[in-house]
Design a protein around this ligand. Structure first.
Ligand code: BES
Ligand code: MN
Ligand code: ZN
Length: 523
């Protein structure tokens, strides 16, 4: 999808050459003289016969019952005299909070999809333009236009190919200039972000037979087309050589060979410590010998959404080129029951040397992640973040809104938390008290892979923590946020690409600032 950003006056919008025009109506737009009055829904005949001005339309629209109604908050006008765009859709911003913007855009977009499905060029007018609102608008439009077609040739891909964002023109003061630059930069980031989210959604949605470990490896190799990205894909032999006994034990039950994907994005100098991202890449989770019940098992094709989010972030990094180093690690395999599969009670030796008693073969995500975490140590990372559809218990705790966040260090937790708030891709921190690790004790190995049912997301995180030593580590449990089981956006969400990308961009900027302060410069 092609995005462009233009600064304009409200009434110059009348001449904008576009298909549909979506106008977001700010709560502060209500003219004082119109307050309190409501009239019947505006029809196109109601617009001034001489040609309407956009501000007239907004004022009239605000008096319509439709736009004020709590349920739709949208209105559509066809063939408005004096306005090139057709149709014109209004969506009320409600209380004007970032979440309201998202809701208004979603409502406006669904009206567009049903009433003007053939629209190829959409313009969106954002009354209160900020870096955040520009990015939210881009993400909502892109998410709403996304149609999965890869294994459904009968589905028609969206025809919406061009989106123009209109923002009120700013003045010439230094403050306005700075604001304009800020918005333009956010626009660039927003573009990289939607590309990354779309890539993560695409791979998340592909069925397991179209997204095997081998195919994920190929998808990663495809990203090596970006000049700053290098990719290596290791197979069973190399992984055995590394001593990843825990990862290998999960892959044993499957005919599909495992892959360990190692990606490097080199955006900063060699001496700058990287952020390492580790994504759980279980391309299908049957539970293994501890077999899952049949109902809803198809959704376990999404068990590689952590991996997909790492691929998505790399796609965004390739597009944007920020000044930071990032390593992406993806252990990818299937979890299958088989004559050769790992059995409950089996003890395996992880790359770290710690032995693990596998008390439930359905707790396989942590078994592939732990070896990747050990591998990550060699990069001396400034931070390491793993992303995993790790526990059903996380859905019980947080539902589908917030991802679970675990971090040993407060600073990293706060940085990730605020990245999630900025991008409307929120997470919530859960505790890591040592007492939660009690249940992982085993009589037959250094640790068991599961404890009892209570606090299942936390005990999973405590298991992972055994493999990160003193590293600055965080874990995101995206079991509830990575996909939707029903509704308009059914399928992969591409989360938490927005959170991760925003965190990385902030890190990159902080790094540039600290290395350019004189006292830090080497003589
Ligand atoms: N991939 C699942 C977690 C999951 C389940 C994510 C449902 C999203 C929806 C994971 O591998 C798993 O099976 N976890 C078990 C752990 C248990 C055996 C300790 C779970 O959550 O039931
Ligand atoms: Mn499982
Ligand atoms: Zn799993």
């Amino acid at each position: 999808m092609n995005f462009e950003l233009k600064f304009t006056t409200l009434n110059a919008l009348c001449d904008a050459k576009t298909g549909a025009l979506l106008i977001l109506v700010s709560p502060s737009a209500q003219a004082p003289s119109l307050k309190g009055k409501t009239t019947k829904a505006l029809s196109s005949q109601g617009a001034a016969a001489q040609g309407s001005t956009i501000s007239d339309l907004i004022a009239q629209s605000l008096r319509s019952e439709q736009l004020q109604s709590k349920t739709s908050r949208t209105q559509i006008l066809w063939n408005v005299p004096g306005i090139v765009a057709n149709p014109v859709i209004f969506a009320h911003l409600g209380a004007g909070q970032p979440k309201d913007l998202k809701n208004a855009l979603n409502a406006g977009m669904s009206l567009l999809k049903t009433s003007a499905p053939n629209c190829s060029h959409l313009s969106v007018y954002l009354p209160d333009v900020t870096g955040q609102s520009v990015q939210t608008a881009m993400q909502c439009v892109s998410d709403n236009a996304y149609i999965y077609t890869t294994t459904k040739p009968s589905a028609k891909a969206s025809v919406l190919s061009k989106v123009t964002l209109f923002a009120p023109s700013l003045g010439v003061s230094a403050k306005d200039k700075a604001e304009r630059l800020n918005v333009q930069e956010a626009f660039k980031e927003g573009h990289a972000r939607v590309e990354g989210v779309a890539f993560a959604k695409e791979w998340g949605n592909r069925p397991a037979n179209h997204a095997t470990p081998t195919l994920l490896g190929r998808a990663a190799l495809g990203l090596a087309k970006y000049p700053k990205i290098n990719v290596q894909v290791l197979g069973p032999k190399e992984v055995a050589k590394l001593g990843m006994g825990s990862f290998m034990s999960v892959a044993k039950g499957s005919e599909e060979p495992l892959r360990f994907i190692v990606m490097h994005y080199n955006g900063a100098s060699k001496s700058s410590a990287p952020v390492v991202l580790v994504g759980k890449g279980i391309t299908f989770d049957t539970g293994g010998i501890s077999l899952k019940p049949g109902a809803g098992m198809d959704e376990m094709k999404f068990d590689m959404c952590g991996a997909a989010s790492v691929l998505g972030v790399f796609k965004s990094l390739g597009e944007l080129s920020p000044k930071i180093n990032v390593v992406g690690l993806i252990p990818a395999c299937e979890n299958m029951p088989d004559g050769r599969a790992v059995k409950p009670g089996d003890v395996v030796t992880s790359m770290s040397g710690q032995t693990i008693e596998n008390l439930n073969t359905d707790a396989e995500g942590r078994l592939i992640l732990c070896d990747a975490l050990t591998y990550a140590e060699r990069f001396k990372p400034r931070a390491i973040i793993d992303i995993a559809t790790l526990t059903g218990a996380c859905i019980i705790a947080l539902g589908h809104l917030r991802s679970g966040l675990f971090a040993a260090q407060d600073k990293l937790a706060e940085e990730l938390m605020s990245a999630g708030e900025r991008t409307l891709d929120p997470c919530w921190r859960l505790p890591l008290d040592e007492e939660y690790a009690e249940g992982l004790k085993s009589n037959f190995a250094d640790t068991a892979n599961v404890a009892d049912r209570s606090a299942g997301s936390i005990t999973a995180a405590k298991f992972l923590q055994r493999f990160v030593g003193k590293m600055n580590w965080a874990h995101l449990d995206i079991a509830g946020s990575a996909w939707k089981s029903s509704g308009p956006g059914k399928g992969a969400t591409g989360r938490p690409v927005p959170l991760l990308l925003s965190y990385l961009i902030h890190e990159a900027k902080a790094d540039v600032e600290s290395s350019s302060t004189p006292q830090r410069k080497k003589a």
